[in-house]
Design a protein around this ligand. Structure first.
Ligand code: GTP
Ligand code: MG
Length: 200
């Protein structure tokens, strides 16, 4: 599948404020700075659609991008930015939790994990909550261009083994790079398959 048209439709803090035109939503979450907004831009072939920053905490609201006039990519704020004030962190957590739990149109939540690092407690806790709430998710390891092949392979293997301590099987898992476009086709094809199955 190709993205021919990507339009920013609106930012919302509450789920009641999201765009009125309802379409299937594919949302991106993960720790602050993991590369959510960059990956959305990469999927859409646009540099500045979603705002990115080298400083964590850039995305503060839920941003809806209408794709090919028929579905949304949703950019969420990141969780776990240690340097943010407690008030800011709590506010962002509330925005995230409300969207994730109450947005009826969300089909899949892509949980982004940095391919260079061990999975952190905050990520596992977030995944456990998704499991408890039975929210369907997939995993994307980001920034794969930043490591050499061997280092990348062994870190991904380690991270998958860590996840398999808690889940009997892994959800669909992707490797990505917003720099090189790695994973782009796989992620878009996966979305396309889900869209096709929701229409049938
Ligand atoms: P918040 O909105 O703050 O939660 O962050 P985010 O997850 O949206 O991250 P964002 O896309 O803003 O990217 C954070 C930083 O990582 C930016 O400096 C990006 O240029 C960089 N970055 C994101 N993805 C990649 C990638 O695949 N490869 C490399 N090399 N850098 C990346
Ligand atoms: Mg962002």
């Amino acid at each position: 599948m190709n993205i021919n048209q990507a339009l920013f439709v609106g930012s919302s803090e509450r789920v009641t404020q999201k765009p009125k035109a309802l379409h299937p939503e594919f949302a991106f979450i993960g720790r602050s700075n993991v590369g959510k907004s960059s990956l959305i831009n990469c999927l859409c072939n646009k540099k500045n659609l979603a705002h990115i920053s080298s400083t964590p905490g850039k995305t503060q609201l839920v941003n809806h991008f209408l794709i090919n006039e028929s579905w949304y990519l949703v950019d969420l704020p990141g969780y776990g930015y240690a340097k943010a004030s407690k008030t800011t962190r709590q506010k962002l957590e509330k925005v995230i939790k409300e969207y994730v739990n109450l947005s009826n149109e969300m089909v899949i939540l892509f949980v982004l994990l940095d391919s260079r690092h061990d999975i952190q407690k905050i990520d596992l806790d977030f995944l456990f909550e998704l499991g408890e709430s039975q929210i369907p998710f997939s995993i994307i390891f980001t920034k794969c261009d930043k490591s050499g092949t061997n280092v990348l392979d062994s870190q991904i293997k380690k991270n998958k083994e860590e996840l398999l301590k808690y889940w009997e099987e892994l959800p669909p898992t992707f490797l990505s790079s917003a720099e090189t476009g790695l994973g782009k086709d796989e992620i878009l094809n996966y979305i396309n398959e889900i869209l096709k199955s929701t229409i049938e």
